[in-house]
Design a protein around this ligand. Structure first.
Ligand SMILES: *Cc1c(COP(=O)(O)O)cnc(C)c1O
Length: 383
């Protein structure tokens, strides 16, 4: 059996053709393909606006920057995520506070968020960054209610969850990134994610003011929009109004993104199919799986199990050419965050989860035969 990774991009002939066309056109960096990708991605998630950027981390940084400005406060996120969800807070010189996860969903525990906010003086916190971990959509209506009570903004880190949705209390289906509850939602197009552009990211929103702010910050804080400029000296004139960045996406990446987006729904269906087969295989076993509630759609960026003897199991799978992975080492236990005062024991649910978690192969091109092989090997270990 060929090595089976935990995740893998899928590039087809039409993707290659789309990139080739851009290479032969007049635009390499931000041009018509970026605008087209933004429009199509906004439509896909049901948001009014989308801003394409150079990667998911840049999307997080710009989002916090746009909402927070120069204010230095505390911002809450989850410890079970890629470190970028917390690092973006530090980029803006704000303080990271972690709320522990719920063992049932592995998502940030809303009661713990509430407790943090209740116990602090008003103005201590200004935002929440919930993460749709593994593709399980956070109930954004619940988070919105908490945020409103305390006057906070929300940046939803949906890097794992394009295509996911939950049903709100009115029975309305809420697509991840549609801008109805979160101020801003962030996506990544790293090759292990649902849509691959090499490097790439997207921010979606329904807020026009924030949208314009993001456009400005993405390109050095420079504008050429006559309506926004303080002066106008002629055709060459532009103004740098804020300290922005170069976080642009290129047209090469956007062309790949558009081509990949066309296949996103079909590939999400395949991920769900694979998840159902795993669920079926592991029910009534010692392997703990997360079965999502039925009023939502899980996007299955990852298929996470929790097991005893995780290290032996990981090594055993590797010896059988199955390259599973751990998502994640809790962010608060990274040396950088320990230096800031976090320590083992601070977030017990996340820490216990870390001892047992493993992500199994989950990607649309995983064949039935490969998945069967993985399942059989697992059953031999935990018979
Ligand atoms: C991948 C990822 C990011 C960062 O995205 P990049 O495009 O790699 O910068 C942020 N948050 C989460 C949860 C991710 O999985």
């Amino acid at each position: 059996m060929q090595p089976i990774p935990y995740s893998k991009q899928e590039i087809t002939e039409d993707d290659i053709q789309a990139v080739k066309e851009v290479l032969q056109s007049d635009f390499l960096t931000q041009g018509p393909k970026v605008a087209e990708f933004e429009k199509k991605f906004a439509q896909y998630v049901g948001a009014r606006y989308a801003v394409a950027v150079s990667n998911g981390t840049a999307a997080l940084h710009l989002s916090v920057k746009a909402l927070q400005g120069e204010k230095k406060t505390k911002i809450i996120t989850t410890p079970i995520t890629f470190s970028a969800s917390a690092n973006c807070i530090r980029y803006c010189d704000c303080t990271v506070d972690f709320a522990d996860i719920s063992p049932d969903t592995l998502l940030i525990d809303t009661e713990k968020i509430y407790r943090l906010l209740k116990s602090a003086p008003k103005g201590t916190y200004s935002g929440i960054i919930p993460v749709d971990f593994a593709g399980y959509p956070v109930n954004m209506e619940v988070i919105r209610n908490i945020a409103d009570e305390f006057g906070l903004w929300i940046v939803e880190d949906a890097c794992h969850a394009p295509g996911a949705w939950f049903t709100d209390s009115k029975g309305v289906r809420q697509q991840c990134g549609n801008g109805n509850y979160a101020n801003l939602t962030v996506f990544s197009f790293h090759p292990v994610k649902h849509i691959a552009t090499g490097e790439g990211g997207m921010i979606t929103t329904n807020d026009e003011t924030l949208y314009k702010k993001l456009l400005l910050l993405r390109t050095h804080g420079i504008t050429k929009d006559p309506e926004m400029m303080h002066e106008n000296h002629g055709g060459w004139y532009m103004e740098m109004q804020e300290l922005g960045y170069n976080y642009r996406m290129s047209d090469i990446q956007a062309a790949l993104g558009i081509s990949q987006l066309n296949k996103a729904d079909k590939r999400l269906m395949r991920r769900i199919e694979i998840a159902h087969r795993y669920n079926e295989a592991f029910k009534n076993s010692s392997i703990k799986t997360i079965i999502p509630q039925d009023y939502l759609q899980h996007a299955y960026h990852l298929y996470v199990i929790q097991v005893e003897k995780r290290k032996e199991f990981y090594d055993y799978l590797r010896a059988n050419n199955i390259y599973s992975q751990v998502h994640y080492i809790p962010v608060h236990l990274m040396p950088y965050y320990k230096k800031l005062g976090w320590k083992k024991g601070d977030l017990p649910v996340a820490e216990k989860y870390y001892e047992q978690c493993l992500s199994l192969p989950m990607y649309p091109s995983l064949t039935d035969e490969q998945q069967q092989y993985v399942i059989e090997k697992i059953k031999l270990f935990y018979h």
